[in-house]
Design a protein around this ligand. Structure first.
Ligand code: ADP
Ligand code: F6P
Length: 323
């Protein structure tokens, strides 16, 4: 029989995301309600290796549910990618009496959790990233807040773009994934979305469309460009030169990662945090909590990491037809 879990660690890793605090709070309070001890590990795997480990009680997560960012801080830690770093991490867990860790982060962070599980530490992953780029789940903690933040900012750019009859290129986050760009494309009624998954580098087609739209009487031309494609400033310069339409680039940047989480991010992150503790108490490990086809479920981390995700093809098609 699996050894009973007495102490659960929790950490956030990779890029922060609104709702991570709600998840931490749920892990802490659900664990306490089941008579478990909780230790917060600061700064992701870097903090684990530096033994930045704190005791957490119900009060340590008071007043956090509405706050963006992560109270545990987050980091990217190259040392943990090495087998030596992982071995050291597992030994530090044992030294501090940590039987299990809840890892809140993206695919990279789950690979870390997978390695710890193989070294005898029970692990559960919670999908935390604004990018929505985790294949096993239709929802990731932070996406809803980030995409609403981007949408509101783009509405504002659109107002001034219309007044000045300009073309606007608005760059949203997503180095490898175009979900924020695609959702904003639909939510903001953009004329064009440029996604890393779909980009064909056909700038002449874009230029022709800007010219056609101006002839047709469009007062603005909104292009949502994903960070993974980038080069928004130079693209704006070339489009202006080729079309004669004044063009400006706006890079939204890290504002998309901050702010108070939406209701959806608070509720889903809370549910997932509590579920992580329940799974551990049922003796499960090396699992990822997901929201799939309308239900909260869990997957084996190895299976979850082997899954592939792209942008929704139908949403992409209609982003091109509804202009
Ligand atoms: P995300 O979790 O958002 O995908 P990263 O890919 O930057 O973000 O990963 C976050 C951290 O997870 C890394 O800095 C590293 O500490 C850990 N990590 C990433 N890949 C691995 C791996 N293959 N093995 C062990 N740990 C990893
Ligand atoms: O993974 C979340 C994310 O915000 C991506 O959209 C973006 O490409 C990346 O993190 C930016 O990371 P950093 O804050 O390290 O520049």
């Amino acid at each position: 029989m699996a050894k009973e879990i007495n102490t659960i660690g929790v950490l956030t890793s990779g890029g922060d995301a609104p709702g991570m605090n709600a998840a931490i709070r749920a892990v802490v309070r659900q664990a306490l309600s089941k008579g478990k001890k909780v230790k917060g590990i600061k700064r992701g795997y870097a903090g684990l290796l530096n033994e930045e480990i704190i005791d957490m009680d119900a009060k340590s997560v008071s007043d956090t549910i509405s706050r963006g960012g992560t109270i545990l801080q987050t980091a990217r830690c190259m040392e943990f990618i090495t087998p030596e770093g992982q071995q050291q991490g597992a030994e530090i867990c044992k030294k501090h009496g940590i039987d299990a860790i809840v890892v809140i982060g993206g695919d990279g962070s789950f690979q870390g959790a997978q390695k710890l599980a193989a070294l005898g530490i029970n692990t559960i992953g919670l999908p935390g990233t604004i990018d929505l780029d985790i294949a096993c789940t239709d929802y990731t903690i932070g996406f809803d807040t980030a995409v609403n933040t981007a949408m509101e900012a783009i509405d504002k750019v659109r107002d001034t773009s219309t007044s000045h009859e300009r073309c606007s290129i608005i760059e949203v986050m997503g180095r490898g994934a175009g979900h924020i760009a695609l959702w904003c494309g639909l939510a903001n009624g953009a004329e064009e979305v440029l996604l890393p998954e779909k980009y064909d580098y056909d700038e002449q087609r874009l230029i022709n469309q800007v010219i056609d739209a101006r002839r047709y009487g469009k007062q603005h031309y909104i292009i949502i460009n994903a960070e993974g494609i980038g080069h928004s400033q130079s693209m704006a310069k070339r489009i202006e030169e080729a079309t004669g339409v004044e063009t400006r680039a706006t890079i939204l940047g890290h504002m998309q990662r901050g702010g108070s989480p939406t209701c959806k991010d608070r509720v889903y992150a809370t549910t997932m945090g509590a579920m992580a503790v329940d799974l551990l108490c049922e003796g499960k490990s090396n699992r990822v909590v997901a929201h799939k086809d309308g239900k909260f479920v869990d997957f084996d981390i190895d299976e979850a990491l082997a899954m592939k995700k792209s942008v929704d093809e139908y949403m992409y098609q209609i982003s091109r037809t509804l202009v």
